[in-house]
Design a protein around this ligand. Structure first.
Ligand SMILES: *Cc1c(COP(=O)(O)O)cnc(C)c1O
Length: 229
């Protein structure tokens, strides 16, 4: 897990692959909330399989899951003897569909080409800004929000926070659902609730893609200050 959206934790991955590979395992990474918002060096970090989504830091409509498989993962796929039980997640079939790898292109499904155009445009927008500049913007906006929240006495829950997702402790005495409802109805801001054991204890504020701006950071800080009064 590079980016743990339910807890807002950022997991640095440098050095992981060596440990994983030394045990004969593969490193598979969930980068749904980090692609386009955090540094992500798939090959350099030795990641064997990785997937993401288009709708988070890439600011693309939802619908596609960008994936990448390294040589180790492909070799294991090639050596597989048993049939894959899932149709939609049969990556060996998807591979033949995408690349024709291993004996000609094979039909798997009708791709939503409108989504492919959307992703193409979203990636162009990323490149117009510059990937590094975009990652730096996510960090800067996270630090701006963090400084504002901490000045209000609100603390972050994870030790290493994502820049794209800010998971904070609900201040003592604050009404969880009531605050979120007012933020939405009066300011048009939707923040996430805590999940599982963190329900009622945490709020999750997303700063992803085009949403990660000074305007949004300052608006959510002002709105929270007002609602929490
Ligand atoms: C957002 C998110 C998901 C859910 O993505 P969907 O496209 O809604 O299924 C899954 N995992 C992580 C880490 C996420 O951030």
């Amino acid at each position: 897990m590079h980016a743990e959206t339910s807890t807002g934790a950022h997991q640095p991955l440098e050095g992981f692959a060596d440990l994983v590979h030394s045990k004969g395992a593969l490193l598979i990474v969930d980068a749904v909330t980090s692609l386009g918002g955090h540094e992500l060096k798939v090959d350099e970090w030795g990641i064997d399989a990785i997937y993401s989504g288009t709708q988070k830091c890439l600011s693309c409509p939802p619908g596609l899951a960008p994936v990448s498989f390294g040589d180790r993962a492909l070799a294991i796929m090639d050596a597989r003897k048993t049939k894959v039980q899932s149709w939609y997640l049969d990556v060996s079939m998807l591979r033949k569909y995408y690349t024709g790898g291993g004996g000609g292109r094979v039909y798997h499904h009708t791709a939503p080409i409108n989504m492919t155009y959307a992703l193409h445009e979203a990636l162009n927008i990323v490149l117009e800004e510059g990937l590094e500049a975009r990652i730096a913007r996510h960090e800067k906006m996270h630090l701006r929000l963090r400084a504002g929240l901490e000045a209000m006495g609100i603390s972050y829950i994870p030790k290493r926070s994502l820049h794209s997702l800010n998971c904070i402790s609900i201040p003592t005495g604050a009404d969880d659902a009531g605050t979120r409802k007012r933020l939405l109805e009066e300011y048009g801001i939707e923040i996430g609730s805590g999940l599982g054991v963190m329900a009622g204890k945490a709020w999750r504020i997303g700063l992803m893609g085009h949403g990660s701006t000074v305007r949004n950071v300052d608006l959510v800080l002002t709105a929270l200050r007002e609602v929490l009064k």
